[in-house]
Design a protein around this ligand. Structure first.
Ligand SMILES: C[S@@+](CC[C@H](N)C(=O)[O-])C[C@H]1O[C@@H](n2cnc3c(N)ncnc32)[C@H](O)[C@@H]1O
Length: 395
């Protein structure tokens, strides 16, 4: 058996010079060779440093106490670790960095987030640096390092690769020219879902940019097939890992009272704008799995980190829970999160409530559903499968 929900939410302290570094499942930047190589390479330069993809904070740790270090982080899970470790950090996308303000930028390339996000991050790094400022840039040669290094050199000027360890590369660059303006960040697109047209707006780096994922479309079809359009009106619905709202918007349009939980800030911002542009309402919480619900569930979860597992209050139980969980196979982080989604669904459903999960056919969620709910049904199998489980009624 994997992690319980309490174990998923627990912070683990690791010793570090002068304190502890907290890590947790679902938080990036730990046991990652790119971050480790960067940590081994960075050295202080000037007064102010900026870590633009800190994760749990490993890469810029050697600068702590030797320079002023700012960190911009978008993941709620990673941000909770940074705060608990006492490392200065702000929940913000990279393009919100102060301009011409830093002597040094530390950047583990966010390669998993797609080209548009990496490019916006590189331009943000160039804009954040003062003239003559430096960047430590690290990445994996199988995940586009060479191309991004070239782009970074074109933006900044001078640069050389300091270190090659297996596929991992660390480069040092220096800003020799004025940075260009930021590329336009918002991308609108239209999609028809459950017979209605929606205009989504998203920032770079979100899941399924520019087109709603087929898996999400299939989940909506299977859900309506099971409960009917009228079975959504007035129901309390939880969307776990909501992205820019491919599930939230159509369910809100059908009259569902949707709570959307999402770990990634740029997805949260995209979802909020998409709701507004389509004149729809839902409760959007920036949340590592169901953490924000445990915090009381109002606003953006800005309360201090807790290392306690969340408790369930009556008002935080749902009639329907939907999810298209993060699915990249091979990343232990991601599988921990997907499993925590199932655990959270089992914990947060009302008795008699239904859980709808869409996944790649080769991902084996069935044993976990059987264990957590006692039974499940497969509603549909095409390119993806939609699984359904009901929470037992009391008595
Ligand atoms: C496969 S996408 C689905 C997005 C959206 N529901 C859709 O159908 O397009 C999974 C989403 O889960 C989010 N996610 C990943 N880890 C998370 C976590 N720990 N807590 C909440 N959301 C998370 C990702 O940022 C991503 O937006």
């Amino acid at each position: 058996m994997g992690l319980t929900l309490a174990e998923y939410h627990r912070l683990t302290p690791l010793p570090r010079p002068g304190g502890v570094l907290y890590v947790k499942p679902g938080a990036r930047g730990y046991r990652d060779p790119v971050y480790e190589a960067l940590q081994a390479a960075v050295a202080p330069f000037g007064q102010r440093a900026l870590d633009l993809n800190p994760g749990v904070g490993l890469a810029s740790l050697p600068l702590e106490g030797r320079m002023e270090v700012d960190r911009l982080e978008t993941s709620r899970a990673a941000f909770r670790c940074l705060q608990s470790s006492g490392l200065k950090a702000r929940l913000a996308p990279p393009w919100e960095a102060e301009e011409n303000a830093y002597d040094l930028v530390v950047l583990a390339l966010p390669a998993g987030r797609g080209t548009a996000y990496v490019e916006a991050t590189l331009v943000s790094a160039a804009r954040a640096l003062r003239m003559g400022g430096r960047v430590y840039l690290a990445g994996d040669k199988n995940k586009g390092f060479e191309r991004y290094f070239k782009e970074a050199r074109a933006l900044l000027g001078y640069g050389l690769v300091l270190k090659r360890e297996g596929p991992v590369r660390v480069a040092l660059l220096e800003k020799e020219r004025e940075a260009p303006p930021l590329p336009s960040l918002w991308h609108p697109f239209q999609a028809r879902l459950l017979g209605e047209t929606f205009t989504f707006f998203h920032l770079p780096g979100v899941f399924s940019a520019g087109k709603v994922d087929k898996a999400s479309v299939l989940l909506l079809e299977a859900l309506v097939g099971e409960v009917g359009r009228e079975g959504i009106r007035g129901r309390r619905i939880l969307d776990l890992g909501a992205g820019y709202g491919a599930l939230t918007l159509p369910l809100a349009r059908l009259g569902g009272e949707v709570t959307a939980l999402e770990d990634d800030l740029v997805s949260v911002l995209s979802l909020e704008r998409s709701l507004k542009e389509n004149r729809l309402a839902a409760r959007v919480l920036h949340s590592d799995v169901d953490e924000a619900l445990a915090e009381g569930g109002v606003g953006w979860g800005s309360r201090p980190a807790q290392d306690q597992a969340p408790g369930l209050t009556e008002e935080e139980a749902f009639d329907i829970i939907v999810t298209n969980p993060p699915f990249h196979v091979g990343g232990a982080v991601i599988l921990d999160v997907a499993q925590a989604f199932v655990e959270a669904a089992a914990a947060r459903l009302k008795p008699g409530g239904g859980f709808f999960l869409v996944a790649n056919p080769f991902l084996k969620y069935e044993p976990l559903l059987e264990e957590r709910f006692g039974a499940f049904r497969t509603l549909l199998v095409r390119e993806y499968k939609v699984l359904f489980a009901e929470k037992a009624r009391r008595g």
